[in-house]
Write a protein that binds this ligand. Sequence first.
Ligand code: GDP
Length: 193
Amino acid sequence: INPNNLKLTISAASAKQYPDTDIPEIALAGRSNVGKSSFINTLLNRKNFARTSSSPGKTQLLNFYNVDSKVHLVDVPGYGYARVSKKEREKFGKMIEEYLTTAPNLKAVLALVDLRHEPSEDDKLMYTFLKFYDIPVILVATKADKIPRGKWNKHVSVIKKALQFDSTDDFVIFSSFDKTGIDEAWTAIEQYV
Ligand code: GDP
């Protein structure tokens, strides 16, 4: 997969706009501010392709990034904004749910959590949801540069335990700041495309 051969296929507001292709899709999910945009930009070797932290209240879209016509990385809006109204959150949850449960080309989800912290309730909900629907997960623990290497294993254990991590899923330790985990992330993605 050549990450430089890149285009935004569509920013979809609803299911009828999802692209009608058979290119495999890998979605990205994570709490707002987890480092999802930075992850996409790092993976795709771009500075500002995925825009960082779309603010609450803005239209929530699913962005389909076509990478080398081999995979669509599907950027799902970040969850867990405290300041968003309950109604908005529900609408947004429905959009994600609709996509994750009906997308015919969805192969796996890159689920992002912060390596520093215990997963949030929303993180746990997302992982449980994905496992309920038998969707393979590539768990990506972000911001690894903030934790000394000697403590990585401990943090990984805490995260796995909190999520009741399925041992058949992949786990990638990642940092956009020092470029840790890019190859591991691509290797994990490539097994599904
Ligand atoms: P998003 O809301 O999930 O798209 O998160 P962003 O990519 O916008 O990042 C949120 C914040 O975390 C920003 O201040 C980033 O600079 C910071 N951040 C993102 N990735 C990393 C990382 O790998 N290491 C560190 N230390 N900070 C990061």
